[in-house]
Each structure stands twice: as C-alpha cells, then as structure tokens.
Design a protein around this ligand. Structure first.
Ligand code: KG4
Length: 334
C-alpha cells in the first residue's frame, strides 16, 4: 500500500513515501528547524508551528518527487496525531486530513511513539515479535514490551526529564549549541568518563522507571556559574555525564528484557543515535545472548517513514481519522 506520511510533532517537518508491505522507503525528507531554535537554546513552540506552515507543502512535494510518484498513486495518508507540541502537530495532521478529504483517500492519525517502536522494521535485518524496546528521545524515555505492530505495553518511563532533554539541558549549561545531544556526544568521545562521579538514579532495584533530574543538578554543581571551564574539563564533564545516562539506560533495558524473557531488544528515538549507547547496549546484549536491533541513525531521530509503517497498521486495525479528529499532546502509550 503506497503510503504518504507526514510528521510534525516537534521541530522537524518530515514527509515520506513508503511501499509498506515491501517495507520499501521510496523517499524520506526532513526539513530541520535547528537554525530557528538554536539562538534560544531550545524549541520555541510558536516559531515551530509557523515554520511548519511554511515547510509542509514543499516537503510533501519533495517527498513525492523523490519517490517518483504522483499524488494519484498514493493509497493511504498517515500523519502524526500526537504526542508533541499541539501547534506543530495540528499543521501536519490538518494538512493530511485535508489532502485525504479532497483526494477521497483513507487517512490515519498515528501515535509518534508507535512510530519509534516500529522504526527498526524499516531495516533489512528487522526483528520478529515479541521484543523489548527502549524509546529514548527528547520528549520520551520509556521501556516497552512489544507483542505485535499494534500491541505494546509500557513497562517503565522517566519520572522527570527525558534522556535527550537532559542531554540538551546539560549542553545549554555548558554553553553549547542546540540540539545539544550530538555535541555532548562528540565532546564525550575525547573525555574521561570516570573524571566526575555523577549519580545514577537506579530508583528501587527492580524499577524500570528512569530519572535524570538529579544527574542534571549534579552537572550544574560542577559547572561554576559565570566562570569559564577549560576544554579538558568540558570534555570530561560530557563524557562522565554521558556515561551516567548510558549505564542506567543499558542496565534497565536488560532488566526489562530478562523480565519479559525476550531474546530481542530494539532501540528507537533520537538518543538511540548515540554511539556510546549503541556500543554499550551491543556489548551487554551479546553477554546476555540477546539480539540487538538498532535503526540506522536516520530512523532514530524524528522521521516520517516510521509514521508510514505505524500508520499502515493503524489502517489495518480500521482506525481511520475523521475530519474532526484532534491532535493530542500526551500519548496513551506513555
Ligand atoms: O527522536 P528525536 O529526533 O525527537 C524527539 O521526538 O524528541 O530526538 C531528539 C533528541 C534531542 O534531545 C537530541 O539532543 C537527542 O535526541 N540526540 C542525541 C544524539 N542525537 C540526537 N542525544 C545524544 N547523542 C546523540 N548522538
């Protein structure tokens, strides 16, 4: 089923054309807004919505052109319905509903988290079900048991900041650009992960919940306000912070996989592009005899190809969006 998908949950305008049964991504276009939000050190929701309005038509057209298909060939339209910034979501979701209406096409609203949970299926080496999934992004950090494309159960989630949010806030404290995650990760590669002993929030022993706010405060306490830190200190803080985040993410994911008696672990979300997380998870999974499935970095961060895949399964479940269907800011999955 040739699916046109749209994703505007946050600050990227994305569109993709996917031949879903063949899991063949014909195009996946992403227009980033980083230069709009960078001067503010974080996303400004009002600016994000305005930029989506400007970008949506050219991005959808580019996705169709790159795929070499006309709108007449499209059989299903899918768009992220939530969670995210409502102003941003409304642009993509309303565009999708309007397009579907004038073209008499079926339209589905997709949960952004189910997109991340299924993004690994876009890869050639895709996992079978069931699997344990860690979704780790700027807005979410949660563990799931995934039994089928349309059946998943949340096992744990962050009680405060998402891991990506912690990366971005620590970057801001250190005077680094937005989004800070990839910059902190790059600096961390040249730093000593043992230089600072930052706290790990294990919570209680079996808990699959996360907490990153204490870690953020601990970083704040070693960064003297108003004083410059050396390049060496900067790299060591980044490496020690990243180590603390990754250690907890890996430990709790393995705990969840063991509790589920799953032989497969899947990662998704922007922070899943983090090299240290990918390597640490790979090592621990190998020790446990678990197969690890990692989406390529382009399918870790927000993209519309994963929305096409999740949208197809929403369609199969018969859950069609209506013209008055609304966007939502909080996911029922989270
Ligand atoms: O999934 P995503 O594109 O958007 C959300 O749904 O949040 O994730 C974006 C987040 C940002 O917080 C960004 O800093 C973080 O993912 N991120 C990383 C890396 N690449 C992106 N964090 C750590 N290391 C990275 N390499």
């Amino acid at each position: 089923m040739l699916t046109l998908a749209i994703e505007t949950s946050c600050d990227d305008t994305a569109a993709a054309v996917v031949a879903v049964e063949r899991r063949c991504v014909l195009s996946s276009i992403i227009s980033s807004q980083n230069e709009v939000h960078s001067p503010f050190g974080g996303i400004v929701p009002e600016l994000a919505s305005r930029r989506h309005i400007e970008a949506i038509q050219p991005v959808v057209t580019a996705a169709l052109d790159k795929a070499g298909v006309a709108l007449d060939n499209i059989e299903l339209i899918a768009a992220t319905q939530g969670p995210g910034l409502v102003g941003s979501l409304l642009v993509g979701f309303t565009f999708a509903k309007a397009l579907a209406l004038v073209r008499s096409l079926p339209c589905v609203g997709v949960d952004h988290l189910s997109g991340h949970l299924l993004s690994c299926l876009l890869e050639t080496d895709a996992p079978d079900f069931p699997y344990t999934a860690l979704i780790v992004s700027g807005g979410n950090t949660a563990l799931f048991r995934v039994d089928s494309p349309s059946a998943c159960t949340r096992l744990g989630r962050t009680r405060d900041d998402a891991a990506g949010e912690a990366f971005d806030k620590v970057a801001k404290m250190l005077g680094l650009d937005y989004p800070g995650g990839p910059i902190v990760a790059r600096l961390a590669e040249e730093g000593d992960p043992q230089a600072y002993s930052f706290p790990r929030a294990w919570l209680n022993k079996q808990s699959l919940d996360f907490s990153f706010s204490g870690l953020k405060t601990a970083v704040r306490n070693v960064v003297p306000t108003g004083q410059k830190i050396s390049a060496l200190q900067l790299r060591d803080i980044c490496a020690s912070f990243q180590e603390a985040v990754v250690e907890v993410l890996v430990h709790k994911t393995i705990l969840a996989a063991r509790a589920n008696t799953h032989q497969r672990v899947v990662l998704g979300g922007g922070v899943a592009a983090n090299r240290h997380l990918r390597e640490s998870m790979r090592m621990r999974c190998a020790q446990e005899g678990i197969r690890l499935f990692l989406p390529s970095p382009a399918y870790c961060t927000d993209n519309a190809a994963m929305i096409a895949l999740a949208g197809y399964h929403t369609f199969l479940a018969g859950e069609l969006a209506q013209p008055d269907s609304d966007a939502y800011s909080r996911s029922p999955l989270h």
